[in-house]
Design a protein around this ligand. Sequence first.
Ligand SMILES: [Fe+2]
Length: 489
Amino acid sequence: MVIKNIDVATVAKKFLVRGYNINPKAAELICNFGEISDEIISEVCRVANGKFIVGEEDVKAAINKIKAKKNGTKARVQKVKSELGEKKDGGFRVIKDVTGTSVCEGKVEDFVCYFNSRLEKLSRILRSRIHPVSIAHIGKRKMESVSVVGMVTNVWERGDRYIIQLEDSTGSINCVASGKTAEIASELLGDEVIGVTGSLRGKTLIADRIVFPDVPINGNGEKVKKDFSIIFLSDTHFGSKEFLEKEWELFVKWLNGEVGGEKGQKLAESVKYIVIAGDIVDGIGVYPGQEKDLAIMDIYGQYESAAAHIDELPKRIRIIISPGNHDAVRQAEPQPSLPSEIRNLFPNNVYHVGNPAYIDLEGVKLLIYHGRSIDDLVAKIPRLSYEEPQKVMEELLRRRHLSPMYGGRSPVAPEKEDYLVIDEVPDILHCGHIHTYGTGFYRGVFMVNSSTWQAQTEFQKKVNLNPMPGNVAVYRPGGEVVRLRFYGE
Ligand SMILES: [Fe+2]
C-alpha cells in the first residue's frame, strides 16, 4: 500500500484536534490499518491517555484491542443468530439490530465515540446537500456566503432572535437566526445535527437557512407494492389488570376468520406479518405503586401469559416482537431483544428483535422503534401532542434520528455506533409507547403509532394520559391502510 503524505497529514490533524501529536511512523501504521476512522483514532487516544506524543507502540496496542473486540463481537453475533435460529427466514431479514453486538461500557470515552458517530453519520447526509466548510476554516479565508454542518450544543433566545451554537470536529460557531429561521431554531432540541447556510459577520454566521438531514422528497425512491398485509400492534401490557382480554379475544377471532363478514375475512386472510413494537408485558416496578395495577405480580408469569395469548394467533402469520421500556431488558436504548429464557416461551412463528430494529419483510423496509423519545419531543415542541403521534414521528424522520434529544426522558446507551440514527430511509416507521393511535405518510414513508391493549390505569388517570386502546392498523404496502377498532362503540 502506498501511503501518501496527505493521509499522514489527515491522521495528524485528527490527533491535533484531540490535543495529541503523533509521530509520522505511528501515523503510517494507522493509514496501513485501513480507513482512517474515528474508531481507530479514539482507541489510540484511549491507549495514549495523556501522553504528549503518540508513538508506534500506542497504535499497535490500539489495533490489537480493536481486532480483539471485532472477533468478540463476531462470536457474540454468531451465538445470538444460532440461538434465535430464525434471523433469516424466507422473506424476513434483520438489517440492523443491536442484539448481540453491544460493546457499551458506559465510560466517558464511550460517550465521545457515540456522539462522534452521530455527528459523522448525519453530517455525511447533509454534506452532499449543502457542501459545508469546516468551522475551523471560517475567518481564515474571505468568505461571504457559507454553509456549515454541526451538532447543536446550545440554543438560546436573544430578543426576537435565536442563537444556535454549532460544533463540528474542528471547532464551534454561533449562528444567529431571525424571522422564519428563528421559528425553526425555537424547535431545535439540542444534540441534533443540522446544516446552516448564511453570511458571515465577523466570526458569527447570520443564518438564511437551517437544513435538517431529512428524508428526501420521494423517500427512499423505491415504490414497494405487496399483495399481503402487515398488522401493527404495541403496548399489549400482558399482566396488567387493565389488559383488554375480551377485546383481544375478538381480535383473535377476527384473524381466525370467525367474525367480520366476507370483507373482514378477506382482510384477515391477507395478513402475513404482525409486528409488536414493545411493552409486551406491564413489567414490575416501572412506576411508583404499579403493583396495584398488576394482575400477575411476577415478570416470568407475565411473559407466560403473553406467550399463551400470542399462541392463539394463526400460525400462518409471522410475528415480530421488539421490546419497550416495560420489558425485561436494559432500559437504555438501543435495547437488545428479550433474553433467551423469555424468547423460548413463545411459539415458533415468533421472531425477536431489539429496539430499534431495522428489518426487511420481503422487500419492505421496516424501522421499528418503541417510541420513548416521543415524550421528549411533545414536552419540548408545543405544537406536538400525544393525540397526533404521526406528527411527532415526522419530526424524527426530519432529524433522521429516533431520539434526537439527549438527556431527556429517554436514556441512551453510548454504543460505539449510534444505532438510533435513521441511516437508511425505511418504507415504514412503526412506533408505540404513548398508547394512542395515528397513521400518516411523510415523504413516502408510512408512519404508524399502534395504540395499546391496556385500558386507562389509575396511574394514567393521575397523569392525565388518555389512551386509545384496541385500534389496529392493517396496512398493505403500496396500498391502503385499514383501521379496525376492537374497543368502545
Ligand atoms: Fe406502554
